[in-house]
Design a protein around this ligand. Structure first.
Ligand SMILES: Cc1cc2nc3c(=O)[nH]c(=O)nc-3n(C[C@H](O)[C@H](O)[C@H](O)COP(=O)(O)OP(=O)(O)OC[C@H]3O[C@@H](n4cnc5c(N)ncnc54)[C@H](O)[C@@H]3O)c2cc1C
Length: 618
């Protein structure tokens, strides 16, 4: 069984402490917890012990007492966190994971046995005899796994999050479920831009397993729930700390359903890079975004503003049907003719309505496209922004150009332009893009003819170690109806603050505006641009971005991390939000799906059965 020893640096001299740690190590004791800080720094002691022992895992007891002037980390808790992380990075197998629970018990064999279970019994030891007395327990076998369940060590079990009923994980999901302490946990904990430490990751591989995972989530309304496809969420919290994640990344197939109609069925976990690669041989493409690592599940439930959008529309405009598992576990299909109200809602607010398990798209015929990455140096960013607005807004719809800049460097701005011209003729490509070279002094002009997969191929593949985002992204989004001089001036002022490290303008219009605003829950069809700003300071960015609001009309939720309630009405105008709230009351009355621009269900009149609500009756 897993047991530990407490080494008290306040009561035992440093040399003796090290000798005790060595003895415990020799006796096969698994864990040493160093306590005390008055005479020696516990972290320094723990680090030393790690170096002079062979196997024992070493940790430091967290402080429970109030601030102590003699304690190195009492004033700066981050010091302790950094010390833990450093030791864990240097000696990953020798560090007591910070989430592992342990209980201090008397050096009595029966007390130790009684304490073991969901936490590790840790016994104070003062001499070698204390260690010899409890050592036989360390050799005793640990508890057996429940029938049909993966066997987990006591150390892993000690990292379970209170409030999650791990033993109730459905049998269909148990094998692939990942808990803190499991070797795979680090590879599924974080997403592309967000650090996380979920208490449980469920990885269903079939529709019925998705329903099982949803049933488990329904029984855990008190912990955060994230839905993940390919983990590139910005607004979507597809990871969390101590909560559940349902990851449908393994539903990543693509099949051609009807070659004449160019109809394909795609799983939510497939990345757009892989979608593009699969469609290439047919001479087809599906407009997605500007980065191939993004997943189908998150993007195709929100919009999909990309480098083919002005010619072929948003990604959701190519969607012909979607399959979802609803909050009550029912699998449904939605299209223009089956559950059309749900189909409307999914195309813009899909994350609120269920877990999408498959999408049917009508692909576009797309041959070779001109794909350009241009870098320019601008000494007058206001002028560059304004000129970009004129050129990109007025370009023919075969041309979609995105403008990216960031902090000023040495008095100039580096502007990157990402452009797709959907035309195989190199002369047309050059014609379309040459005017953009006026935006600054060109320092890099790279343009190639490529299938669309060459555009999406810009994404790095995620290896077995998974994604390693950390912290939380801070991002603001807005639709800009017209790129006026006033907007260019105020955006230039924002950029001059140095707060924004990433600023992007996406040209919209064209085919996006061909679709009526009431056809999809994504209803912002008329703006000509979408603006995104990312910063490391939420508060400061909020204040600066709010100053630009007079230039905005709504926002694209996928690039927004602000959770103030008014953002919901920016994403969905009042009539759209009202309709979404009624549908939410019908399809997810208990608000299970809440990790991404959560739409509160409309209140339901007493005596009305939510499941029977029609849009008009709600
Ligand atoms: C580098 C980068 C580039 C991007 N470029 C573009 C772009 O060009 N155009 C654009 O439109 N967007 C773009 N985005 C935004 C992106 O579309 C969204 O963040 C999207 O949600 C990511 O999808 P995912 O499946 O990879 O993410 P995940 O993190 O897996 O999911 C994000 C959220 O989507 C919802 N969701 C995920 N899977 C499902 C599902 N199966 N069913 C229902 N809801 C689900 C959940 O709310 C989840 O929190 C970009 C994001 C990044 C990080």
């Amino acid at each position: 069984m897993e047991i530990g020893v407490q080494l008290d640096a306040d009561r035992t001299g440093a040399e003796e402490l090290v000798a005790l740690a060595r003895t415990a190590d020799d006796h096969g004791i698994g864990i040493a917890v160093v306590t005390g800080r008055r005479h020696a720094d516990a972290w320094a002691v723990a680090t030393w012990i790690t170096g002079v022992t062979e196997r024992i895992r070493v940790g430091v007891a967290p402080r429970s007492e109030p601030s102590d002037p003699f304690d190195a980390d009492s004033a700066v808790p981050a010091v302790a966190e950094k010390a833990t992380a450093t030791l864990a990075a240097l000696a990953p197998d020798r560090t007591l994971p910070p989430g592992a629970r342990w209980t201090l018990v008397d050096a009595d064999v029966e007390a130790v046995r009684a304490a073991s279970g969901s936490s590790i019994p840790v016994v104070p030891v003062h001499d070698a005899e204390d260690i010899a007395r409890i050592a036989p327990l360390a050799a005793a076998p640990g508890p057996a796994a429940p029938a049909g369940r993966r066997r987990r060590s006591a150390l892993v079990l000690a990292q379970r999050v209170p409030g999650i009923d791990y033993d109730a994980v459905p049998a269909s999901l148990a094998d692939r479920a990942v808990e803190p302490g499991d070797p795979e946990h680090a590879s599924v904990a974080s997403t592309y831009l967000r650090g996380g430490a979920p208490g449980l990751v469920l990885r269903p591989g079939t529709v019925s397993e998705v329903a099982d995972a949803i049933a488990f989530a329904r029984d855990h309304p008190h912990v955060p729930l994230g839905i993940r496809s390919a983990g590139h969420g910005i607004s979507g919290r597809s990871t969390n700390r101590g909560g559940l994640v349902i990851s449908v990344g393994s539903l990543d197939g693509l099949e051609v359903l009807d070659e004449d109609r160019r109809l394909v069925r795609v799983g939510p976990g497939r990345t757009w890079k892989r979608v593009a690669e699969s469609l290439d041989p047919y001479g087809w493409a599906l407009g997605s975004g500007d980065y191939g690592g993004v997943g189908v599940g998150g993007l195709a439930t929100a919009g999909g503003i990309g480098l083919l959008s002005r010619k072929h529309g948003l990604t959701i405009d190519r969607l012909r049907a979607v399959e979802l598992v609803l909050a009550d576990g029912t699998p449904v299909r939605a299209s223009d003719t089956e559950n059309p109200d749900l189909f409307w809602a999914v195309r813009g607010a899909g994350a609120n309505f269920g877990i999408a398990t498959a999408f049917e798209f009508e692909t576009s015929v797309v041959g070779q496209v001109g794909w350009a990455q241009l870098t320019l140096v601008s000494t007058d960013i206001e002028q560059s922004l304004h000129r970009y607005g004129q050129l990109a807004g007025e370009a023919p719809r075969d041309t979609t150009v995105f403008f990216v800049t960031g902090r000023q460097r040495d008095g100039v701005w580096i502007v990157s332009l990402y452009a797709v011209v959907d035309d195989p003729d190199p002369d047309v490509v050059v014609d379309r893009l040459t005017p953009f070279l006026d935006l600054g002094r060109p320092v890099r002009r790279q343009a190639v003819l490529t299938p669309y997969s060459g555009v999406m191929g810009n994404a790095a593949d995620i290896g077995p170690e998974g994604q390693r985002g950390f912290g939380q992204p801070v991002s603001r989004s807005a639709f800009v109806p017209e790129l006026t001089r006033g907007f260019a001036r105020d955006a230039a002022e924002l950029l001059s603050t140095g707060l924004v490290y990433f600023f992007e303008l996406r040209a919209m219009g064209g085919a996006i505006s061909d679709v009526s605003p009431d056809e999809t829950a994504f209803s912002h069809r008329s703006p000509r641009f979408q603006a995104t700003a990312m910063s490391s300071s939420d508060d400061l960015l909020t204040a600066e971005w709010d100053r630009l609001r007079p230039h905005f009309d709504g926002l694209y939720l996928s690039f927004e991390t602000d959770r103030r309630p008014e953002r919901l009405t920016d994403a969905f105008p009042p009539d759209v939000l009202e309709r979404l709230r009624r549908l939410k009351a019908r399809y997810d009355p208990d608000n299970l799906f809440r990790d991404n621009f959560n739409i509160p269900p409309a209140p339901i009149a007493a005596g009305t059965d939510a499941a029977s609500l029609t849009e008009d009756a709600a």
